[in-house]
Design a protein around this ligand. Structure first.
Ligand code: NDP
Length: 281
């Protein structure tokens, strides 16, 4: 039997219901400040999708457009202004940024209380202690998808491919909290030609790399849960990092790309915003 599709949209709809209830319990409309530097097409597309979700939830989406030539110092100053603005509950910086600005060096200036992407070192650090209220959106989306499968992660072999700060690293910690046995693979694993061996024993496989076809369908362990975070454009189509058709024949659950992790990520951003507003109250 082919794997069941693990779709993000129905889960996102359920979470949105809770967000709506939380917003009603707040005494004011939560405000999300979105910093857009320049007019990159991909960044504009993210803005549009976030604006739509915010509007549907009753969140005020404040778009802050800045010149593409702004300096690092100028951007930091702007972020600090938003940190102090009591009407703003959460701040997000749209990616990609112009080449003169390094996101990693800038994002930490967003105060932990308003860091709705969960990238401030203080919020990351709380994950280690199992105390985080605001989680990196994509990692949180993956955890929600796993919850939907009903699988008990206790003692399971989980393989995460990709060790970025926003996906692989926080995920490894979140999964560890569930007592899964985690292996994190990366470029070193591939170079040592050990990726296939790790993937083959994964009862849960999470891939976040950005390379179409990196994970071959016949590597998937029978009955595995496969979460494909990757987004790649191939011949005008969006595909993930896993060979979908072949993997679907072996897995028990698999996320489609598009339609799996993506629709949940923006919902997690809004959940973080409401969480931040509650903490600020
Ligand atoms: P990064 O580029 O930050 O990280 C990619 C990771 O993959 C790195 O850890 C890198 O390792 C590793 N890697 C690269 N090549 C290989 C290889 N051949 N074998 C094993 N590991 C490898 O990307 P992100 O984490 O930001 O995003 C990953 C993917 O997920 C992208 O396609 C992105 O578009 C997508 N994405 C999707 C989201 C969604 O909502 N659906 C949200 C966020 C991201 P090293 O650093 O050692 O080279």
């Amino acid at each position: 039997m082919p794997a069941k599709l693990l779709e993000g949209k129905p889960i996102a709809e359920k979470i949105k219901e809770t967000i709506r209830q939380d917003i009603q319990a707040l005494s004011k409309t939560p405000v999300l400040a979105s910093i857009l530097v320049g007019d990159n097409a991909a960044a504009l597309a993210y803005v549009k999708s976030q604006q739509k979700t915010a509007e549907a939830l009753g969140i005020e989406y404040r778009l802050e457009k800045l010149e593409s030539g702004i300096s690092k110092e100028g951007l930091i100053e702007f972020i600090q202004k938003l940190n102090q603005d009591k009407s703003v509950n959460g701040i997000i910086i749209q990616m990609p940024l112009p080449s003169q600005i390094d996101y990693k060096k800038i994002s930490q200036f967003i105060s932990p209380e308003k860091d709705i992407e969960g990238v401030n070192p203080a919020n990351m650090g709380k994950i280690v202690f199992g105390q985080a209220k605001i989680l990196p959106c994509t990692a949180a989306a993956v955890m929600e998808l796993l919850k939907e499968t009903g699988l008990d992660l206790y003692g399971k072999e989980v393989v995460v491919v990709g060790h970025s700060e926003i996906v692989g690293k926080p995920l490894a910690l979140l999964l560890l909290d569930k007592f899964a046995t985690i292996s994190v693979c990366h470029i070193g694993t591939s170079k040592a030609e050990r990726l296939k061996a790790h993937v083959k024993r994964a009862e849960v496989l999470i891939v976040a790399v950005g390379k179409a076809g990196l994970i071959k369908g016949d590597w998937i362990k029978k009955g595995a849960v496969v979460i494909d975070v990757g987004i790649n454009r191939v011949a005008d189509k969006i595909v993930g990092d896993v060979e979908f058709e072949a993997a679907q024949k072996r897995a028990s659950w698999i996320t489609p790309v598009p339609g799996g992790v993506g629709p949940l990520t923006v919902t997690m951003l809004m959940r973080n915003l409401v969480e931040a507003a509650k903490l600020q109250k």
